[in-house]
Write a protein that binds this ligand. Sequence first.
Ligand SMILES: C[C@@H](O)C(=O)SC[C@H](NC(=O)CC[C@H](N)C(=O)O)C(=O)NCC(=O)O
Ligand SMILES: [Zn+2]
Length: 180
Amino acid sequence: MADLLEWSKQDKKRMLHVVYRVGDLDRTIKFYTECLGMKLLRQRDIPEEKYANAFLGFGPEESHFVVELTYNYGVTSYDIGDGFGHFAIATQDIYKLVEHIRAKGGNITREPGPVQGGTTVIAFVKDPDGYTFGLIQRPTVHDPFCQVMLRVGDLERSIKFYEKVTIQVSLCFFFFLSYM
Ligand SMILES: C[C@@H](O)C(=O)SC[C@H](NC(=O)CC[C@H](N)C(=O)O)C(=O)NCC(=O)O
Ligand SMILES: [Zn+2]
């Protein structure tokens, strides 16, 4: 672990953002800011291409991972499929966050409690389009946005690709590849 800590200090590469499509930008911005505590960092509209973007995160893009929401004019819903697992957000008080989300009308799909087979306290909430956010009880972290879980068909093949070809897995942010 010490090697990884040292390496992540030396290696200046980091995950910048994830982009995905939503059916209603204002609806998602409202949920991410009011329920999850993200900040709306910037928006842009590209009428000639008939789409708009919104960037949100837990801090500025220069130092935090952000989501780039894409709204295509007139498209109000998407089939998310089963390759996408969840995004994960670290929180110091998962029970308080879950009650806050519920009070705001959020859809808690898994109550807080130890993860199956483990001790980490987790919960799940679905956003307005059906994307799942895992909530993970953790002490204070630099960036609460801590994980993207994707389901893959061959773990070794994906690890090879992610380590060697595209991105280094860095401590402050890591992909969680789940094998069905
Ligand atoms: C909170 C979040 O970061 C987790 O990773 S929970 C881990 C656990 N993952 C899986 O079970 C993956 C395999 C599953 N078949 C799938 O494809 O999603 C999880 O989701 N546990 C659920 C629980 O209630 O503990
Ligand atoms: Zn996870």
